[in-house]
Design a protein around this ligand. Structure first.
Ligand SMILES: NC(=O)c1ccc[n+]([C@@H]2O[C@H](COP(=O)([O-])OP(=O)(O)OC[C@H]3O[C@@H](n4cnc5c(N)ncnc54)[C@H](O)[C@@H]3O)[C@@H](O)[C@H]2O)c1
Ligand SMILES: O=C(O)C(=O)C[C@]1(C(=O)O)C=C[C@@H](O)C=C1
Length: 365
């Protein structure tokens, strides 16, 4: 029997889930977005099997409904859902970055006989919109499910059976613990990134050259300040309490830094950086596709055409690359070309391909 899946909200996350659900056998994926342009783009990009205009009708046929909407919009949809004529065994889930308030709605849905299991894939990007959707966005990332207490195991299994096609690591987490932990590793860092950009903005009014000097360090730490403002407005409002307590911890931490600077204690300052480096270097890699890189470093001679020559060899063998950049290219030195691939297999193939055609030295990080 065909399983009908309806995805509401076809942006980066909803679109990516819809693409991965299309890989599930005997599954028909329908999609709805309140933005007409997005619906048209989703149809053109084949993000779903069928884009629908009548969301209520599609919902009444759905076995699984997935919300890819901003978290405040999800709350509004869940309220409406209570009155809809849904299938008796329908399973409703979401992808929102916050879980506390959404699970309160989930509990209300249970009172109406509707199964709601919260979900949150811990991968994404500062990019948004349907054009950024990718089938493999969640590969290897943690995908948290926050079922209500006493949720039927069969319901959770049924949802997991579909979500396993995201190739994410599915884990079950309590909704409140979820909101605490994501405040630490995601929500609060977004506030810090935005605040650093505000600080730069104020500074460059007095020293206009400052922004020209924003190189790797500033760009790395503030990439996420380019994220969707509406989405983040919703997230920080829903997780306000946790964020206020993170902010207090941060202020205390900044006071510690202040004391270190005032105290001029060289070894304590070095220790501060050393401990941070140790913890940072040991972070496990569990991101989705955007920021897990499989890089191949190629020492290339610095002559015009060398990059197109190399990419040409890879194209001949149909090896796709996700990014390419040159580092340390100087006239008198070999440059290093860093080629990124989607997976280790593609990188291995590329290494073999390049070693057949050239004598350039290569290494992987
Ligand atoms: N961006 C990330 O890195 C990331 C990662 C994990 C989870 N999330 C969560 O996923 C959800 C979607 O985020 P995104 O990054 O895909 O955002 P997005 O802006 O790319 O997509 C949201 C989509 O929802 C549509 N939409 C907005 N309001 C709607 C409504 N009321 N009804 C129907 N459609 C509506 C928009 O038109 C858009 O197409 C959010 O809840 C977010 O918290 C985001
Ligand atoms: O990589 C990014 O740009 C993200 O911000 C992704 C990110 C994160 O903070 O890690 C953002 C929000 C999500 O709920 C999950 C993942």
């Amino acid at each position: 029997m065909t399983r009908n899946v309806l995805v509401i909200g076809l942006g980066l996350i909803g679109g990516s889930i819809a693409l991965s659900c299309q890989k599930a056998p005997d599954t028909k994926v329908f999609g709805y977005d309140y933005n007409e342009k997005t619906r048209a783009q989703a149809a053109k990009l084949k993000i779903v099997h069928e884009v629908v205009d009548d969301v209520l009708k599609a919902a009444s046929m759905a076995d699984i409904i997935i919300f890819g909407t901003p978290v405040n919009a999800t709350i509004e949809w869940l309220e409406q859902l209570k009155k809809w004529p849904l299938k008796k065994n329908v399973i409703v889930t979401d992808t929102g970055s916050t879980k506390g308030l959404i699970m309160e709605k989930g509990a209300e849905l249970r009172e109406c006989g509707i199964t709601f299991i919260g979900g949150h894939p811990m991968a994404g990007s500062h990019k948004s919109g349907v054009q950024a959707a990718k089938a493999h966005l969640f590969e290897n990332a943690y995908y948290m499910l926050t079922p209500l207490h006493n949720e039927k195991e069969d319901n959770i299994n049924a949802l997991e059976q579909l979500l396993k096609f995201t190739l994410a690591k599915l884990v079950r987490v309590d909704a409140h613990e979820h909101d605490h932990m994501t405040a630490v590793v995601s929500h609060f860092p977004h506030l810090v990134a935005a605040s650093l950009v505000h600080q730069l903005d104020a500074e460059q009014k007095r020293y206009p050259m400052t922004s020209l000097l924003a190189a790797g360090g500033f760009r790395d730490i503030t990439r996420i300040a380019s994220s969707n403002p509406l989405m983040w407005k919703d997230i920080v409002l829903q997780n306000r309490e946790e964020l206020l307590s993170q902010l207090n911890l941060w202020l205390a931490e900044m006071n510690r830094v202040k004391s270190l600077l005032i105290g001029l204690d060289q070894s304590a300052i070095e220790e501060y950086f050393a401990t941070a480096k140790e913890v940072r270097d040991q972070l496990p890699i569990s991101t989705g596709v955007f920021y897990s890189t499989y890089d191949l470093y190629v020492d290339i001679p610095d002559y015009p055409g060398v990059i197109s020559e190399l990419t040409g060899y890879l194209a001949e063998e149909k090896i796709s690359i996700t990014n390419i950049r040159v580092v340390e290219a100087r006239e008198d030195l070999f440059g290093i070309l860093v080629i990124s691939f989607q997976n280790a297999d593609d990188r291995d193939k590329a290494e073999k391909c390049i070693s057949k055609k050239t004598n350039y030295e290569m290494y992987v990080s």
